[in-house]
Write a protein that binds this ligand. Structure first.
Ligand code: ASC
Length: 150
């Protein structure tokens, strides 16, 4: 099985069993904050590389976009387990804990959007990559507006 297909399948499995299932353990809140910020940092790096292609600032290379989209899709499943009770802090707004259902819905929306982006990226259709990239970016922004400190 090719890596991207494996990642797609793994991503679907992650989503099916429920994003944020706790396979990571954290010593303390600082450890959890570092973990979730690291996952977002690596995700943003790959997402930004796709963004450069979408904006015409970098040439379109199917394999590179496919790899970056697979990274985004996989990494998108990771941060949530590091927002457990008692891990307030960093850039996270307290609404994440006081309105956790809304936060979870926003997190799920983003994960579904990046699965779409990954499908488009694996197919190599630049128009659908552009569309799904825009939709995915909107889910990043929506969650930041509501839940991330400026
Ligand atoms: C990025 C990045 C985000 C999103 C967001 C989209 O490249 O780091 O957080 O896109 O800015 O609106």
């Amino acid at each position: 099985m090719k890596l991207q297909k494996l990642v797609l399948a793994s991503t679907a499995t992650f989503l099916a069993i429920g994003a944020g299932s706790a396979f990571a353990q954290f010593k303390n809140s600082e450890d959890a904050i570092k973990y979730r910020q690291s996952a977002f940092t690596v995700m943003a790096n790959s997402f930004g590389k796709i963004g450069a292609v979408v904006k015409g600032e970098a040439p379109y290379n199917k394999d590179d976009v496919a790899k970056n989209a697979a990274v985004v899709a996989t990494l998108s499943t990771l941060p949530w387990q590091a927002f457990g009770p008692g891990t307030e802090g960093g850039k996270a707004q307290s609404d994440i804990w006081s309105d956790n259902a809304k936060f979870k819905a926003a997190a799920d929306k983003m994960q579904l959007a990046v699965v779409d982006l990954n499908k488009a990226a694996q197919s190599g259709d630049l128009d659908s990559i552009k569309k799904s990239f825009g939709a995915a970016g909107a889910t990043c922004k929506g969650c930041h507006d509501d839940f991330k400190k400026k």
